[in-house]
Design a protein around this ligand. Structure first.
Ligand code: AMP
Ligand code: MG
Length: 348
């Protein structure tokens, strides 16, 4: 199959919507990352999404809508807290999990009795969902396990020949997948996956916000630990990834002993001139949480293209949007994390 590249014009939105209605899959730009879209209510279309991605059948798909009114038929009920969150953060990068209705097939929900729903902010996603006239299931548009695509070209690199079309909507503004939450009770929100909507922002609507411990299975600073997490790599490039915690001086000292061919630093912008001066191969990925979120998946792909065998990533902090970036990098690294504050490696 040839993968057609479509553009954000009325004719090509109509073409993409026709494909969705016919039970086909289409690459869809959103403000978070590119998704692989299909008709959420059509089990055979959903099956194609799992097949194209190589996604395990127990990993649920998020269902996308383009009007809050389209949420109600998908779930058993919408508690007041969920509605308040939707009114505050939709359209936007927040996915709300609730018990699903019969309208959502079990295959879409990965066999769970719940469904995560989101109203994306990207105008091309909204236009496509509205033109299709059905709720659209869309996981990230990468092959399972790979970095999420933040451009149409990255999605094509993973999906060329596997899907009929990709709608090109430019680079994704957030660059990191949506915040996924569930409600523990009438006033409590639990963050299952951090994203651009931060726990601090959720706190402005919900009385209690907790972050699930699985989000930050991080080691305490001061210890040098290499977790054997290679069993569960996610968001990962071909290169091996190690997350390196510590301030700039410690990071540079650590990298000074990792200057072999194939070893690269994914550093902050401010580290770049110092890395270069020390003969450390590097790519910068930003100096703010938002810039790093927008850049890191793309940078991991660029490092693969540059022939990196091992990428040492300067760990972001875990406040605000930084939590989402840290969470993805930790998994990209298969939990391989080094704290340099107490490390004896290298001398600067
Ligand atoms: P992706 O679309 O590739 O970003 O993956 C969607 C992710 O959202 C899944 O891997 C889950 O972590 C989460 N998710 C979606 N729906 C549910 C649900 N019903 N219950 C729990 N987690 C969910
Ligand atoms: Mg994904």
């Amino acid at each position: 199959m040839t993968t057609e590249m479509l553009h954000f014009t009325p004719e090509e939105i109509a073409r993409a919507a026709d494909l969705l209605r016919q039970g086909e899959t289409v690459g869809m730009p959103t403000e978070t990352v590119y998704g692989l879209a299909c008709d959420a209510g059509n089990p055979s279309a959903v099956k194609k999404v799992f097949a194209a991605k190589g996604r395990p059948a127990d990993n649920p798909l998020i269902v996308h809508i383009a009007d809050i009114a389209d949420w109600k038929p998908l779930v058993k009920e919408i508690p007041p807290l969920a509605m308040r969150l939707a009114e505050r953060f939709w359209p936007g990068p927040l996915t709300i999990i609730l018990p699903r209705s019969e309208a959502v097939p079990a295959i879409t929900a990965g066999g769970l009795d719940t469904v995560g729903v989101r109203f994306p902010a990207h105008p091309a996603a909204q236009a496509l969902i509205r033109a299709a006239g059905v709720p659209v299931a869309a996981p990230s548009g990468n092959r399972s396990g790979s970095p999420s695509p933040t451009t149409a070209a990255h999605m094509l690199a993973d999906m060329d020949g596997r899907i009929p079309a990709i709608l090109d909507g430019g680079s994704c503004i957030c660059g990191v997948e949506s915040t996924v939450i569930l409600l523990d009770d009438a006033e409590s929100v639990r963050v299952l996956r951090p994203g651009f909507v931060t726990p601090e922002q959720l706190q402005t609507v919900a009385a209690h916000v907790t972050v699930d411990p699985a989000v930050l299975a991080r080691v305490e600073p001061g210890t040098v630990v290499r977790s054997p997490g290679m069993k569960y790599r996610h968001y990962a490039p071909n290169a091996q990834v190690t997350l390196v915690e510590g301030d700039q001086a410690h990071f540079l000292a650590f990298m000074a002993s990792h200057r072999e061919a194939g070893e690269f630093a994914l550093c902050f912008d401010a580290d770049e001139p110092l890395c270069k001066a020390a003969g450390i191969r590097c790519l910068p990925y930003g100096d703010t949480d938002e810039a790093r979120a927008a850049a890191f998946f793309s940078r991991l792909r660029e490092l693969d293209d540059a022939g990196a065998a091992h990428v040492y990533v300067r760990a972001p902090h875990t406040d605000g949007v930084g939590l989402a970036v840290f969470n993805r990098l930790l998994r990209a690294a298969g939990y391989d994390i080094v704290s340099t504050e107490s490390s004896e490696e290298g001398e600067w």
